[in-house]
Design a protein. Structure first.
Length: 314
């Protein structure tokens, strides 16, 4: 039996309310040369019951594991995959019917070149689909700038299986782990982009960060700095020309700004200030931070921030 052209890796954890839509979106593909590998990361709700309804289709494989986080689930899915190209789908999102056909046309147009292929996508929020900006405004600015200006949506990524033999999602931290892998893949091959939207990323309350997870992610920022430092170590010398110390700081600052926005949605005002000023701290010298804190947030927050700086530097 010939292996499928596409393997789709779908990790899930307690997504009984969403996963059926994700599975149906794969079944509705115009292109039928696929296998779907569902890796259940220890769900405790009815996720497994829903999945088992579809296992009569031999193209759908189900693997259950004890809870080990998303990166391990994705990596196990990659290990089980038999397709020539590997795609990814989060269990609360879905593909449009053209997803695989657009990818195959793009891959064929480039003679099945081993690379990272990428399509555009919609963001669905409160029932409204908004087209992502994609890469329409990005010129040839280098690998890091592409990732810095428009982080890759995992559902839109398709990677030649041979490029994932020795490179997997990092399991030592749970922040930016997908971009860590994409950057390594692109450094060894290239990214080929098709501006056609082919999938939908759904925003919902269960997807938002909670305060506890934000605290965990805050601890991960130090690991992200270590990740960037890898590219100065000589392990990926061809990336050195693309990544500057300033860009590294701005990348981390931008992600902290996003987290301050998430904190605002949660009503955690102190975390809004905390992440916002950690963001500023990556971009400005301490004297400038003091000036801006007094100007925009007044003396009380300046005192709080000063204490944080003293503690951090102790």
């Amino acid at each position: 039996m010939m292996p499928p052209f596409f393997s789709i890796v779908l990790p899930t954890y307690n997504r009984a309310d969403f996963i059926e839509i994700a599975i149906q979106s794969v079944l509705n593909q115009k292109n039928k040369e696929w296998e779907l590998i569902i890796v259940d990361d220890g769900s405790t709700d009815k996720t497994s019951e829903i999945i088992k309804k579809y296992l009569s289709d031999t193209r759908i494989k189900y693997h259950y594991q004890t809870n080990q986080e998303r990166s391990r689930a994705r990596n196990n899915g990659i290990t089980f995959a038999t397709g020539r190209f590997i795609c990814f789908l989060d269990s609360d999102d879905y593909y449009l019917p053209n997803h695989l056909s657009v990818l195959q046309e793009t891959i064929s147009a480039h003679q099945n070149k081993p690379a990272l292929y990428y399509t555009n996508y919609y963001v669905k929020n409160q029932g409204v689909n908004k087209l992502s900006k994609g890469f329409s405004e990005i010129k040839k600015k280098g690998i890091f700038n592409i990732l810095f200006e428009a982080l890759l949506q995992t559902n839109s990524v398709c990677v030649a299986a041979e490029l994932l033999v020795n490179d997997k999602f990092p399991e030592q931290f749970n922040l930016f782990e997908d971009n860590h892998l994409w950057l390594r893949i692109i450094s060894k091959s290239e990214m080929i982009y098709n501006k056609t939207p082919t999938n939908v990323c759904c925003i919902h309350k269960n997807r938002s960060l909670n305060v506890s997870s934000m605290k965990l992610k805050d601890k991960s920022f130090k690991l992200i700095e270590v990740f960037f430092d890898l590219f100065y170590s000589g392990e990926h010398p061809h990336l050195n020309a693309y990544i500057t110390e300033k860009e590294k700081k701005m990348f981390i600052a931008s992600k902290m700004t996003v987290m301050s926005y998430e904190a605002l949605n949660l009503g955690a005002l102190w975390m809004v200030y905390y992440f916002l000023f950690r963001s500023i701290a990556y971009c400005f010298r301490p004297k400038k931070i003091v000036e801006y804190s007094k100007l925009f947030f007044g003396a009380p927050f300046f005192i709080i921030y000063s204490r944080h700086i003293k503690t951090h530097n102790a």
